[in-house]
Design a protein around this ligand. Sequence first.
Ligand code: SF4
Length: 386
Amino acid sequence: MFKIDTSCKTMPHTPSAEGDVMHSEWTKETISSWLRTDSAETLRKLWSHADAVRKEHVGEAVHFRGLIEFSNYCVRDCLYCGLRGSREELQRYRMSADEIVEAALAAYDYGYGTVVLQSGQDHGFSTEWLADIIRRIKNKTPLAVTLSVGERSPQEFREWREAGADRYLLRFETSDNTLYHRVHPHRATDQHTRLDLLRILRNSGYEIGSGCMIGMPGQSYESLAEDLLLFRKLDLDMIGVGPFIAHPDTPLGAQTAPPALEEQDQVPSSELMTYKVIALARLLCPDANIPSTTALATLNKPDGREFGLERGANVVMPNVTPPAYRQNYEIYPAKACITEDAAACRECMKNRIKSIGREVGQGRGDAKRKESHVAPADADIRGNTE
Ligand code: SF4
């Protein structure tokens, strides 16, 4: 059994590329070598080490977050995303307040401890409209409410927090500024970087979640290693990572330009690379809540979710969006479970969790309280300005 040191300020023990267990500090180079390895024996040790740290720090419970994709409007134009504002052929929707509250109540009835209210960056609803929905959910249930509604103003963050929102998800996508701007066009109205916003969210009292995409065109192993180190610097409560999957009706989906990097330098947007990032994120941030995502289930329908859970993840996000809307929340096509209703989704996930010897989490599944957080502004990090 490995002796694992997972204190926040020292790096965990690190199996070397040869498979030995070493106690050393992780640098960008160390993490890059992990990301590059294709040794089955080394990877077996990585999975086992991540699973042991997961068990020790966040236990056997797998927490359910009921996902409500309440609007697919978006003012942004990210070059890979099926919801991008300029995609005119997409049928847009915004659920009514009553429909959203109803979906949250259904999630509560299913035994979930959290609902995630997710949308594109939709400026077609008012701050008060969403605050009222949060209040209604909090008045009727003990659910934790997570928001994932993009880049908003500090005032909106405060009002939603006062209404009862507990957590906020905002992925920085990549720590590489140049790469970020290549695929996320700047808007003249943007005032804050995403890292600024994460600091503001933290200071507003939210649990904060962030993450990156794996295998964006032009993403090197060193860049992805920087992303992983940034998770640690941000002291994230939640970490969401997923493979880069471009919708075919987008500029990057229809990409015919030559690759930005040589093949040996480009991170693949593969299932295996996603497991590596989940496992390394677990070792770098032992207490974080890390989902095994729909994107993994999309890449590997039979086993993707389970492999994610066995390699560091401890959260799943069953979709409770009414099926009539779900097909239009098409960030990328052929998403897993798009036609299943919420009850079928719950049963399927419960069975999958039991099949790997884990238990369904009870309660909200909050992040462990930390004595102090390293605010993103205090960390030595590069910012993204959209
Ligand atoms: S990735 Fe997010 S912000 Fe960008 S276009 Fe898609 S929904 Fe909008």
